[in-house]
Design a protein around this ligand. Structure first.
Ligand code: ZN
Ligand code: ZN
Length: 628
């Protein structure tokens, strides 16, 4: 049956006449109800809850267009209604959605107690507030993304309507098979990508790029044997480039469909994609796509909250679950067919303590197949206790300062950077560390984005962000860029936190080249070093490396102290991965291992098979597995 007709019937049979519904529209997986009497919905909150429950969809109540007041007037009313303490930064209108975007430092005050203030706004202006939190320090990228979405809001509305038509199209009866194909990230780390297919539906999950691999950096997209416009959806687990780096390439290749992810993932992946283009251009290489493709992608992002069930195709439903890896990272639960199959794609997961995030989700309504990462799945991959890791890090920083040397910590600008900053900030606050700390690369922007989404952070950090005392934007961290890099190198006892995390390009490489010769300096690795990356080779004992200076190539001796501190990883170590599987509820019937080096993945799959008596395999890229 036509979905709109069905939705209308449910709404009509559940809502009394006085609600004066004038129009009902599908917006992607959500329903928008336009009313001439929003008050009726406020007086009986059960209305929305009841239809949302019946429809199993997010329901948005909007005022009928005829009731929308003039924008200037509405703006004045809003400024009068909202207390000054909210610190409104911006107010703008999206007529396509009958919504007014209000960005504020304290969004709680725009909402008001029990939603009173925002209800008042609707009743007095007709516009429905879409309330956004301002980051506690300026983020150019975030502002750019939000303005971009605003600028294209009527186009976005059309995109959502088209998407809804596809999601809720009529399906012929079929025999319900499910197949997954590994397109990248199997028996390797980098370029994660899988395709899920049923007789009617095709979905891509993660489309990453392997920045440490110069031979085969892209997933096997050429193995997709149909035009990309037949793809139903793309789902992105988290923003790291090995999971999201090539989404814009799909748009360049002609894909024009939804990209499902959390809000932080949308913003952070755009940040990292822009940076990826930038790094390649600076190295004189041609990027696989341009900023225009990233911007096109942003229009098609449909953001979801954790644990929100979302229809993405006639026979497929997803739910994102907290993966505790980086801001907004998700494990994806797929409910395929009418219960025909349930798949969990863990993505990168941390089953262990982090200062930043709540514990990883381990409960699922149903689960037959688990795809699990194995970055640190090797027999010897046991990370030390987090407290010991912190002590070791601080010890190394102090030793280096003592020698008047500088310390370079290459980090992924999203994830490890913030985790390390939290540790350093705490030791400073307690007077247990001093000296200057410089942060270079995308980290400043990424940290600012963290402050726009405190609801994704663990309590302690969340509280500080809400009190406008964000540890990430503390004065302690001085912002560095290419202009003052040379001066920073001259410092004595400085700590430099710089991306990229594997010394594959960007500022960390610049610092490394200037610091490597001095034995008083220290290089500390705190994150994963991909096979083939400069970081990995240095970790394995590389003593010299060629560099180009002023057009000439010379051998750079690596005299600086090189250390690795385990325990800060956003990935689970071997024991944590095993504990994750042990604690999963319910237990999967089949496990597919990905995101780990070849030997590690194979051995880990064998180990899981023996330990849990669950059929586990480490398939290769390009392998297809019939799940049902
Ligand atoms: Zn990751
Ligand atoms: Zn990854």
């Amino acid at each position: 049956m036509d979905i709109l007709k069905e939705v209308k019937e449910i709404i009509q049979s559940n809502l009394p006449k006085e609600t004066q519904v004038t129009n009902i529209e599908m917006e992607g997986p959500e329903v928008a109800i336009y009313t001439r009497n929003p008050k009726a919905f406020f007086e009986n909150e059960n209305f929305v809850a009841k239809i949302a429950f019946e429809l199993k969809k997010r329901v948005n109540i909007r005022t009928d267009k005829s009731l929308l007041s003039d924008e200037q007037h509405a703006k004045k009313v809003i400024q009068e209604l909202v207390p000054e303490g909210a610190e409104i930064k911006e107010i703008y209108f999206n007529p396509a959605f009958s919504e007014v975007v209000i960005e504020a430092i304290k969004p709680g005050l725009v909402i008001g107690k029990g939603g009173e203030t925002s209800k008042e706004i609707i009743l007095k202006t007709g516009w429905t507030p879409n309330i956004l939190r301002s980051p506690t320090s300026e983020s150019e990228i975030l502002r750019g993304i939000r303005h971009h979405l605003h600028k294209y809001s009527s186009e976005r509305k059309k995109i959502l309507q088209e998407t809804a038509k596809k999601i809720y199209r009529e399906l012929p009866k079929n025999n319900g098979w499910v197949r997954m194909t590994a397109l990248g990230g199997f028996r390797e780390v980098g370029k994660s990508c899988i395709m899920l297919e049923t007789p009617e539906t095709k979905v891509l999950v993660d489309v990453g790029v392997d920045v440490a691999n110069s031979e085969q950096p892209y997933p096997y997209l050429e193995a997709i044997r149909f035009p990309l416009d037949q793809m139903d959806a793309v789902v992105i687990g988290h923003a790291h480039l090995d999971h999201s780096g090539l989404v814009p390439l799909l748009f360049k290749m002609g894909y024009r469909g939804p990209v499902y992810c959390t809000k932080p993932t949308r913003d952070l992946m755009a940040l990292l994609q822009f940076d990826y283009i930038d790094v390649l251009v600076k190295e004189g290489k041609e990027p696989p796509y341009t900023e225009r493709d990233v911007k096109e992608m942003l229009k098609y992002c449909i953001t979801r909250e954790y644990r929100e069930v979302t229809d993405i195709a006639p026979d497929m439903r997803i739910t994102l679950h907290n993966a505790s890896h980086i801001l907004g990272s998700g494990s994806v639960h797929f409910h395929i067919g009418e219960g025909a199959h349930n798949l969990v794609y863990s993505g990168d997961i941390k089953f262990g303590f982090t200062r930043l995030f709540n514990n990883v989700d381990i409960n699922y309504p149903r689960l037959e197949t688990l795809i699990i990462e194995s970055t640190y799945g090797g027999r010897d991959d046991i990370q030390q206790d987090r407290n010991l890791a912190e002590e070791q890090l601080i010890g190394l920083l102090k030793e280096t300062m003592h020698k008047n040397g500088n310390t370079l910590i290459p980090v992924f600008s999203v994830g490890r950077a913030q985790e390390i900053m939290l540790v350093i900030e705490e030791y400073y606050r307690k007077g247990m560390l001093d000296g200057k700390v410089f942060v270079d690369g995308m980290t400043k922007e990424a940290s600012a984005i963290h402050t726009a989404y405190p609801e994704y952070l663990r309590k302690g950090v969340q509280r500080r962000v809400l009190q406008n005392d964000s540890p990430f934007t503390s004065e302690l961290f001085q912002v560095a860029d290419y202009k003052n890099r040379d001066k920073i190198i001259e410092e004595k006892g400085a700590i430099i936190i710089a991306s990229s995390g594997m010394l594959t390009g960007g500022p960390s490489v610049g610092y490394f080249q200037k610091m490597a010769e001095n034995p008083d300096n220290t290089l500390i690795f705190v994150g994963y070093q991909g096979e083939g990356s400069l970081g990995n080779r240095i970790q394995k004992g590389l003593k010299r490396t060629p560099i180009t200076e002023n057009g000439k190539t010379r051998e750079l001796p690596i005299n600086m102290r090189v250390e690795t501190v385990e325990g800060f990883s956003g990935h689970s170590d071997r024991n944590q991965l095993v504990n994750y599987v042990r604690n999963l509820n319910p237990k999967p019937k089949k496990i597919i291992v990905n995101h780990g080096e070849k030997d590690t993945a194979i051995e880990f799959a064998r180990f899981l098979s023996n330990k849990f008596r669950i059929n586990s395999t480490a398939i290769r890229d390009l392998d297809s597995v019939r799940l049902k």
